[in-house]
Write a protein that binds this ligand. Structure first.
Ligand SMILES: Nc1ncnc2c1ncn2[C@@H]1O[C@H](COP(=O)(O)OP(=O)(O)OP(=O)(O)O)[C@@H](O)[C@H]1O
Ligand SMILES: [Mg+2]
Length: 250
């Protein structure tokens, strides 16, 4: 089994879209998948049209941080439409920075929290919020791998070195096994800017870029808007990404 973070502190690069559609693609390959919404904006939760109950990732996180008993299983929902289980979020997750500040072992709260679920799934995908704070550190400490979606547009790599340095620091301290699964090109189109950025990043990140690229398509927007798995080219591309990922696991 693998816990995979989908992270980039840059906003709107396709993190949530990737978690949802990669999760669906892996489920269609017969894998058991849990998607975790770890963003107080709760976009993933809206995407899968979940009406969360009282228990969400926010309440479980708070309890775990305070070493209180918490039943993470009670917060897990099921989506038959997408084919995966998921852990919804809500705005209360934004309070995490406050209670984590004084919590003991504050970087390992999510890792401890996920322990009971680890063996139940082939893949756990975590949708990160667009920032480099303690929530992201918690995700990186809990994960085996990171997928970094990058828009093939100008300024795409701004901030990438900051993310890489956080990954390096987590690897040197709390999670030596953390790997970059790959940089994933998103919003790929046939403009000369997209072509040029893709070419230069493929060179710069040689060996750590997924072969699969995700195109800029209306289908992706429709999927988000209508709360259903993407169809057409986007579905095919995320299926190819799922193939690449499972091939990596050997
Ligand atoms: N391949 C694509 N082609 C066109 N539009 C896309 C594509 N992928 C995502 N989008 C759209 O771009 C917007 C941002 O995508 P998404 O929410 O997945 O990004 P994000 O990185 O999770 O954002 P945030 O940083 O705010 O969490 C959404 O409206 C989504 O529908
Ligand atoms: Mg998002």
């Amino acid at each position: 089994m693998s816990i995979i973070a989908v992270a980039n502190q840059k906003g709107g690069v396709g993190k949530t879209t990737t978690v949802v559609n990669l999760g669906t693609a892996l489920a269609r390959k017969g894998k058991t998948v849990l998607c975790i919404d770890f963003d107080p904006q709760a976009n993933l939760t809206s995407y899968v049209a979940c009406e969360p109950g009282e228990e969400t990732v926010a309440t479980v996180m708070r309890a775990a941080a305070l070493f209180q008993p918490a039943d993470i299983g009670a917060a897990v929902c099921r989506s038959d439409k997408f084919g995966f289980d998921f852990l919804p979020a809500d705005l209360r997750l934004s309070e995490a920075d406050i209670y984590l500040a004084t919590a003991m072992s504050r970087e390992t709260v999510l890792r401890r929290m996920l322990e009971p679920l680890r063996q139940a799934y082939d893949y756990i995908l975590i949708d990160c919020n667009p920032s480099l704070g303690l929530l992201l550190t918690n995700v990186l400490v809990a994960s085996d791998k990171v997928i970094i979606p990058v828009q093939t547009q100008f300024f795409a790599t701004q901030g990438l070195s900051a993310l890489e340095s956080v990954i390096r620091n987590v690897r040197m301290t709390l999670n030596p096994g953390l790997e970059i699964a790959g940089v994933l090109f998103t919003f790929r189109d046939r403009t000369s800017v997209s072509e040029a950025v893709t070419e230069s990043l493929r060179e710069q990140y040689a060996g750590t870029v997924f072969q699969t690229e995700i195109s800029r398509r209306q289908e992706a927007i429709n999927s988000t808007m209508m709360g259903k798995p993407a169809a057409g080219d986007i579905a095919r591309e995320y299926a190819a990404l799922a193939d690449e990922l499972t091939a990596m696991e050997g």
